[in-house]
Design a protein around this ligand. Sequence first.
Ligand code: BTN
Length: 255
Amino acid sequence: MQNNTFSGLFIGRNLITLKEVDSTNTFLKDALSKSTPLLDGTVIMADRQLAGRGQSGNSWISEAGKNLTFSVLLNPVFLAIERQFDLNMAVSLALNDFFNKCKLQAATIKWPNDSYFNNKKLAGILIENILQGNKIKHAIIGIGLNVNQENFPANLKNVTSLKQALHQDYNLMQILGEICAFIEARYLQLKAGNIVRIRDEYLAKLYLKDEIAVFRFNNEIQTAVIRDITASGQLVLETSSGLQYFNNKEIEFIN
Ligand code: BTN
């Protein structure tokens, strides 16, 4: 479908909007597994996901028609597998660029790639890579952004939306176009090899960096300070026993 909401060169030029789907990420994955030809930059957006997926096998719950749930297909064949976290950083920053445009400069990135505002989650990213040799053939970038939702189920703790933060309603299609333009700009920056800048900006926006905070790791609740991220995306914490390195499932932030 040709459309005018998307100003970028390729992301969103092919836009598929669905009333209902299990998960926009699964939709793209299934299409690719059947060798359906899909343009680089294809965007799938759904009003309602019946089985939205989050990180670590969690589900993604979102009120139908009020929020953005979409996936972007990219073919970052220039990116080696061991550099896949670079794409996470670029996409996290793209969302942050969008929040800056909304005058939400206080939004931060909670490692590895949640968007946070006021100690609450505003958006989540689930990137699923399809590999070929030691390269990334396809990356499915799934984004859930809470936009106009005002009430959240009691079991969803520490969650917020643009509307709660900024007290206004947003046109979902319009902001989808804006976010895709930011993703494209960051993706092209990554492709051009500008990783130092991406990394520096990511670290500058990192939630709780250089602050004493409480985490659960090694089966204990402990205070520690986030100091860095490794090239492979591990969180580097300064703990009472020195620097320690963590993968996503090995540590929990205690708010
Ligand atoms: C997380 O924070 O755990 C990641 C959430 C990612 C949710 C989005 S919604 C669109 C896309 N489709 C899915 O099933 N998940 C991602």
